[in-house]
Ligand binder design. Structure first.
Ligand code: NOJ
Length: 759
């Protein structure tokens, strides 16, 4: 663990320069607002991106003039200290600024992407990764993270699917809570806590066609039932901030959406923290076509309830005039300032503006020092994030002997292994699959490596990916012809006992603005797999990707398939742990995998319909595609283990649930195989007849449990009325009496079923 105590010590001289916080937050903030000029108030509403448009000397001047509320994108104490000094030593009211960053799945240590963390179905793992991220980020002088990202995503074309926790409202809500808990710790004022900013409010994952930044048009029922719960969970868990989405919702951009920000978030949900616009979103209101100019954008956004403007100029340029003309009442500005000062108060910055920056003497000599990383926790989280999709003839685990051909464009790709939004993570500190296999084999076996293919052969795609805002171009193409690379890989495979081939997407393909029109393996990767298959050697496919892919050929032809998402700093070790059996995989899919692009959306909790397709019955005049097998390639909740589990029929403690009461549903789960292993027992509910159409099933609970070989255990689920509630046509949240089905199993399809009645 990081030696944090040193970084907690602040300079007493500097700490004393900001206004001293009194015990009463409201009185303190009100007093401060009472002493602020309009310009200083508007300054607090500004969140500035470091490095863009504003050189450091100018930024320091702006801060000293009281024209900045917070900054983001600086990641060291050395960088942040002069900015805080400018605020608390040189600005008139000495109000500290805060420092934010996108610490989404790790700061210096990179954990698996959120989709991978969700695959663990282990909320302690999710919370622990956020806790460590907060410890590392705060030790670098950061106060706030723009995370967790809790957008439900049911369209894998959307590149930001990778950043979220999947398709299910219940699972994503639990992940949201766990992340907030981890980031914020026991108190926001702790030096090792950072404020969580829950994003992107709201419905960003439902952009039309999966095309980033696009329109969202959605019924209130779907919104309330499926898409809003995770944001609510993050807010209820105490998340200090909410970032507003870039999309419009039923014709009104989220950034100018009074219903969303005032009525729903503040009045109905009781949110007390800060709202932050997304990058440039206020200025973009003119592009949405709801504001005729920047002045109107500023007016719409502040009126709707956008407290802080991220890297826009509209607030700075137009709020002074809008207030003077009376178009924006001072009360509205004061409300926003109150939230921002309140956030700083909660973060302990008025007590000590250098709480997380510490004293210069205690700055780490090397911010990238290996000793600052939490490798063990990263490896443990990464192991849990891996999902075993296929394992024919028990190909896995592999023996630690002989020759392993390690092949594929992602086998030795440290940048991609980190995944997108990898904060201050360093690719040089990331363990690739190749390294992981080498370390696992030690002196006991041989590795033959060949790249085999580039991730893409399309020069236009390479240009696009390298144009993104990375530090340097990330895609470095192997100049050889695809055929030559494949021939080399096949030769390596022929001389090996087994092939481990890593294919998928580069991290930039599963990123903001990276929407796709196909979900297949890009470039010549599938050709590579087909060529490797001709060698007759056992082929283990290791997938690295940030969204479900259509991998039908892989499913049918690979001997084993391991979904690894982007597994982070310790990814290569964790994958090797699974490949060689040092860890028995337990991950379960938090998203459904479609069979084809045309089949999406394939999410499991679809609404019931009048003519459903029923497996085994004639498909005519049912809802299906006649060219495609119905149902997903891999269902939500699916994942194999090196052992086998059996689930008994369901026992209910009673066939009826009284109003306000509860019943228990239990199953016996047995490890019927030869190895100890973990699995996730999942409980789904179906409301048989309700006042509105309800989903075919909904996840309502789960237990992850470890069973020794041969061991069996009774797993009990407590069901109460809350679990049966839903939003009716009047958007009231209530359970309706009648029959319910309860399903329990090891994925969303392989379930046992029982019925009961709510009285
Ligand atoms: C834009 C992204 O949409 C958002 O998720 C991120 O937090 C901000 N940029 C800041 O980097």
């Amino acid at each position: 663990m990081l030696a944090l105590s040193a970084s907690l010590v602040c300079s007493p001289v500097l700490a004393g320069t900001a206004p001293a916080a009194t015990g009463d937050k409201n009185a303190f903030v009100a007093d401060l607002i009472g002493r602020m000029t309009l310009e200083e108030k508007i300054g607090q509403l500004r969140l500035i991106s470091i490095g863009e448009d504003m050189p450091q000397p100018q930024l320091l001047k702006e801060i000293a003039a009281g024209r900045v509320g917070g900054t983001f994108n600086s990641v060291t104490r050395k960088d942040n200290r002069p900015m805080q000094q400018a605020a608390v030593e040189r600005s008139r009211l000495k109000i500290p600024i805060f420092f934010a960053y996108d610490v989404v799945h790790g700061h210096r240590t990179i954990f698996p992407i959120s989709l991978g963390l969700a695959s663990s179905w282990d909320m302690e793992t999710v919370a622990q990764s956020a806790r460590i991220s907060a410890i590392e980020a705060s030790a670098d002088g950061l106060d706030m993270t723009f995370a967790p990202m809790v957008d439900i995503s049911r369209d894998p074309r959307w590149g930001r699917t990778s950043e979220g926790f999947g398709e299910d409202p219940y699972l994503v809500s639990l992940c949201a809570q766990a992340s907030v808990r981890g980031f914020q710790g026991t108190s926001l004022a702790n030096a090792d806590s950072v404020m969580a900013v829950v994003k992107h409010f709201a419905l960003y994952g439902a952009v039309e066609g999966g095309r980033d930044y696009n329109t969202v048009d959605m019924s209130p029922l779907r919104m309330y039932q499926d898409y809003l719960p995770p944001y609510r969970a993050g807010v209820d868990a105490g998340g200090g901030g909410v970032m507003i989405a870039l999309n419009s919702i039923n014709g009104v951009p989220a950034t100018s959406n009074t219903w969303l920000l005032r009525d729903l978030l503040r009045k109905t949900w009781g949110f007390k923290g800060i709202t932050v616009s997304d990058h440039g979103a206020i200025d973009e209101l003119t592009k949405h076509g709801v504001a005729k100019d920047a002045r109107e954008s500023a007016k719409l956004a502040i009126t709707a309830g956008v407290d802080m403007s991220m890297h826009d100029s509209a607030y700075r340029d137009h709020l002074p005039e809008l207030v003077k003309s009376g178009e924006v009442p001072m009360r509205v500005i004061d409300d926003a300032v109150r939230e921002i000062l309140g956030a700083k108060y909660d973060l302990g910055l008025f007590q000590d503006p250098f709480k997380r920056i510490g004293a210069a003497e205690q700055d780490p000599a090397d911010v990238d020092a290996p000793g600052r990383l939490h490798r063990e926790a990263a490896r443990a989280a990464a192991r849990q994030s891996l999902v075993l999709l296929e394992n024919r003839e028990r190909t896995l685990p592999l023996k630690k002997s002989g020759t392993v051909a390690v092949v594929g464009p992602l086998a030795d790709a440290p940048i991609d292994t980190m995944g997108s939004w990898s904060a201050a993570g360093k690719s040089g500190q990331t363990v690739t699959l190749l390294q992981g296999v080498r370390d696992a084999l030690g002196g006991n076996g041989r590795v033959a490596y060949a790249r085999g293919a580039n991730v893409t052969d399309d020069a236009g795609v390479v240009r696009y990916l390298n144009f993104m805002n990375w530090d340097k171009p990330e895609i470095v193409q192997d100049k050889r012809a695809p055929g030559d690379m494949i021939a080399e890989a096949v030769a390596a495979a022929r001389g090996a006992d087994v092939i481990v081939v890593a294919v998928g997407e580069s991290r930039g393909m599963s990123h903001e603005a990276s929407s796709r029109t196909t979900l297949s393996l890009p470039g010549s990767q599938e050709t590579l797999l087909k060529a490797l298959k001709t060698t007759g050697k056992p082929m283990v496919v290791v997938l690295m990707n940030g969204r479900p892919l259509t991998i039908n050929w892989v499913k049918d032809n690979a001997d084993a398939v391991l979904e690894t998402w982007y597994a982070g700093t310790e990814g290569g070790h964790a994958i090797a742990d699974v490949l060689f059996g040092d860890y028995n995989p337990s991950g379960k899919l938090p998203v459904s995998f479609p069979r084809s692009l045309g089949q999406i959306p394939t999410y499991y909790n679809q609404l019931r319909i009048g003519r459903p397709f029923v497996p085994g019955q004639p498909p005519n005049y049912t809802s299906q595609y006649f060219e495609e097998t119905s149902g997903p390639l891999y269902p939500f909740g699916y994942g194999l283990s090196y052992t086998d589990f059996g689930v008994s029929g369901i026992t209910l403690s009673s066939p009826t649930m009284p109003r306000g009461g509860r019943i228990e549903a239990s199953v016996t789960v047995k490890n019927t195989g030869q190895r100890d292993g973990e699995t996730v027992v999942q409980l789904y509910i179906q409301d048989v007849a309700a006042s509105v159409v309800r989903p075919v099933k909904e996840l309502k609970d789960f237990h992850k449990l470890m069973l020794k070989a041969g061991e069996e255990r009774v797993v009990r689920f407590s069901l109460d009325e809350d679990k049966l509630k839903f939003f009716n046509a009047k958007l009231e949240y209530a359970a309706e009496p009648g029959e319910f089905k309860v399903q329990i199993g090891l994925d969303s399809q392989a379930v046992r079923e029982q019925g009961f009645v709510l009285q």
